[in-house]
Design a protein around this ligand. Structure first.
Ligand code: GCU
Length: 326
């Protein structure tokens, strides 16, 4: 056997081995989000990851990085767009900067109740919005129940008048900013991770969120009144990079979509339990939950709809389609 032949044989064998190893190596998908491991959304996505691993026989593995350890929601979106991350669990408010259609979920008092919201999410409008950002390099996989958001501060907020002169933390979302202005407060956009300190140091006087986020982020240690004005039901949204999707086979994509849908259903159950549990936890730590007459709030935000009608017919047509969903 000539030396060249031997060398070729070794090289060929090595290439074959490499091929085998590559075939066996799992595709790792990195997913970032900003909640703790105790949050229902983390648990729901863990179930999704388990299902994907099982159904793809270990070929696709989702690694979840909680607690904003890879960055805030905004930073994570940017990392995903640069190819450093595959998936991000954000929410419709934060996604507004990346896909204008998401803003409809942030409009105050648009949805009649949770059943209406779920019907929209699971119908045509919901799917169109998830698909609307493909040109920006990502698409939505799932909506996650995140209850209703209400105001919290160190005093009850029983009417928009109580917000006058107050600095209210909002998410970096134009709709949230417009809403607080319409209600008479001063909106202060901040990342979620900066809010605890901002409340503690008086950089802001109030914030708004759902009950589990209020309690699990320990904002309840500082703000002792949670006023149930329930101004918006802003869903969390799981998105995936289109480059990542293209790396998966059609079967693996199907498995991922299905597991995401299943985790949406699981989240609905976990959410209700978490809302009850975290309300009790907050009450134990001295928080008062205040029942609120929503009428003056609803009235105060109506000009927002006139503005959208005048400035963005495309968005307004989504609003009309949402209202028409029975
Ligand atoms: C909710 C939501 C988060 C979001 C947060 C916020 O907790 O689930 O995705 O970051 O609100 O107010 O920033």
């Amino acid at each position: 056997m000539s030396t060249t032949y031997k060398a070729l044989k070794v090289l060929f064998g090595a290439l074959l081995m490499l091929g085998v190893t590559q075939a066996q190596a799992a595709t790792i998908l990195k997913l970032s989000h900003n909640h703790t491991r105790d949050h229902a959304v983390h648990k729901s996505m863990q179930e999704m990851a388990k299902e994907v691993k099982k159904e793809t026989h270990g070929e696709v593995v989702i690694r979840i990085y909680p607690d904003a350890q890879l960055g805030s929601q905004r930073e994570s979106m940017e990392l995903m767009q640069n190819g450093a991350l595959d998936m991000v669990k954000s929410n419709a408010a934060e996604l507004e900067a990346f896909g204008a259609a998401y803003s409809v979920f942030n409009l105050p008092y648009l949805f009649r109740d949770k059943a209406h919201l779920f019907k929209v999410e699971e119908g045509e409008v919901g799917s169109e919005i998830l698909a609307s950002t493909a040109d920006s390099g990502f698409v939505g996989l799932a909506y996650y129940d995140a209850g209703a958001r209400s105001m919290y501060a160190n005093k009850p907020i029983s009417s928009p008048d109580d917000l006058k002169g107050m600095k209210i933390r909002v998410q970096p979302s134009p709709s949230a900013i417009a809403m607080v202005k319409a209600l008479g407060g001063n909106p202060t956009p901040l990342a979620y991770g900066e809010l605890y300190t901002a409340l503690q140091q008086g950089v802001v006087d109030a914030a708004e969120n759902n009950i589990p986020s209020f309690s699990l982020s320990r904002h309840s240690e500082i703000a002792k009144y949670f006023s149930l004005d329930e101004h918006a039901m802003v869903p969390d949204v799981l998105v995936v990079s289109t480059k990542t999707l293209a790396k998966l086979t059609p079967e693996q994509q199907e498995i991922l979509f299905k597991a995401a849908r299943n985790s949406t259903e699981l989240m609905k159950e976990l959410w209700d339990a978490s809302e009850r549990q975290e309300r009790i936890a907050a009450e134990k730590s001295g928080v008062t939950f205040v029942e609120v007459n929503k009428e003056p709030f609803i009235k105060a935000v109506q000009p927002m709809y006139d503005d959208i009608k005048a400035s963005s017919p495309e968005l307004y047509s989504f609003v009309e389609r949402i209202k028409a969903v029975k």
